[in-house]
Design a binder for this molecule. Structure first.
Ligand SMILES: *Cc1c(COP(=O)(O)O)cnc(C)c1O
Ligand SMILES: [Zn+2]
Length: 384
């Protein structure tokens, strides 16, 4: 057990990690897990980690320790070269990390495996979260496997697959007339009163730990090197900040020496608060007035991790870019046609974003570029 404590991402506050925790008790910002990296460096080598099985839990030294993890074998997703698409876009070294093959069809599985495992280990007796897409199905599945009741608030227009998946896994689903923010309000009002532990994005510290394993796994698959550029479809931003945390930890562990990649946040035109704040030079986002996109995972008008995300994009010397809904669907079609991968609309956005960034010179044609395909297209059939 190498987890030392939790520290605030915005102020100096630290708290113990031995009980259920949510936001920073001083300032209400997200908390992050801090490990004894020196001890980990002594205890395990990257070669040993590479030789293990166990999906994302192979990285157990840099994860919280729940005893027995609640797992379906998440992680170990393929990193694939996509030369035909790369050629069409003008990139000589284009890769995709296909997170759609995870249990429940998206990378949300990684976050929920960590969060639900720790919630159960620390004594939670029921779980809740708002979800406009894949998080709800993943929470329902991991909750069922943990034997814990789950309460999910979803916008009425959530993709059918996400709602049905949650219900069939036994979750109590409440449909709300509104967006993810309204669902969050519903959850916030009930969680404390009912004694449900709220695992909303970044409102507890361990979903981001699960998602950071995408960064570790990517480095492992590249023989402990890193790509030049990562494009990431950004909603709540957990994957983006999680991977950046992984790169910093790996550098400190001495597991990688490469310069960390430029992180490029991709959003949908009519719900692009991070893109707008980035280009305005702002530290915080301004909520879009009528957030709309068929890419349900990107429909996050008021992400609580906004400062953290913006810091990561800037520190990494990355950028942020938005594409329209028509464009992101076209991105899905092109990836499927060229490479045989049917990805979620959120990730389809990356194809078009990438092409635009090559065209305007932001991406050089020889840069090793990885697109994070966060989910499978099969859960979004009505979009096509
Ligand atoms: C949730 C989700 C996202 C956004 O993820 P964050 O890490 O919260 O920004 C992107 N794509 C898909 C398919 C998702 O389900
Ligand atoms: Zn704080």
């Amino acid at each position: 057990m190498y987890l030392r404590e939790l520290s605030c991402t915005e102020c100096d506050r630290t708290v113990t990690a031995t009980e259920l925790r949510r936001l920073c008790p001083s300032c209400g910002s997200p908390l992050q897990a801090c490990y004894d990296l020196e001890a980990i460096r002594e205890a395990v080598t990257p070669a040993e980690v590479t030789g293990r099985n166990g999906g994302m839990w192979r990285f157990r030294e840099v994860l919280p320790d729940p005893g027995e993890p609640i797992t379906f074998g998440e992680g170990d997703t393929p990193l694939l070269r996509t030369p035909r698409l790369g050629n069409a876009i003008g990139l000589g070294s284009l890769w995709v990390k296909d997170e759609g093959v995870n249990p429940t069809g998206s990378f949300k599985a990684r976050g929920m495996s960590a969060a639900v495992s720790m919630a159960k280990a620390l004594g939670a007796t029921a779980l809740t979260a708002p979800s406009a897409g894949n998080a709800g199905g993943a929470l329902a599945a991991y909750g069922a496997r943990a034997g814990l009741p789950v309460h999910i608030a979803m916008p009425r227009d959530v993709p059918a697959a996400n709602r049905i998946e949650a219900e069939i896994c036994g979750a109590h689903v409440t449909l709300i007339d509104g967006n993810i923010k309204d669902c969050g309000k519903w959850v916030g009002e009930r969680a404390e009163r009912e004694g449900w532990f709220d695992v909303s994005t970044l409102k507890e510290p361990y979903r981001v730990e699960g998602k950071k394993t995408m960064g570790y796994e990517l480095a492992m698959q590249l023989d402990w090197t890193l790509p030049d550029v990562i494009l990431y479809p950004t909603g709540g931003g957990t994957g983006l900040v999680g991977m950046w945390k992984a790169f910093a930890e790996m550098r400190e562990l001495g597991w990688v020496t490469a310069k960390p990649p430029r992180m490029i946040a991709v959003q949908a035109k009519d719900c692009a608060p991070v893109v707008e704040a980035f280009h305005a030079g702002a530290e915080r986002i301004t909520a879009p007035e009528s957030p709309a996109t068929i890419a349900s995972g990107l429909r996050v008008p008021t992400p609580i991790g906004d400062r953290w995300m913006l810091r990561v994009v800037r520190e990494s010397e990355g950028t942020a870019i938005a594409v329209t809904d028509d464009e992101l669907l076209e991105g899905c079609r092109r990836l499927a046609r060229d490479e045989g991968i049917f990805t979620a609309p959120e990730a389809g956005a990356l194809v078009i974003a990438c092409e635009k960034l090559v065209a305007d010179g932001t991406l050089a044609t020889d840069e090793r570029t990885v697109l994070f395909l966060t989910g499978t297209g099969l859960k979004y059939l009505e979009c096509f």
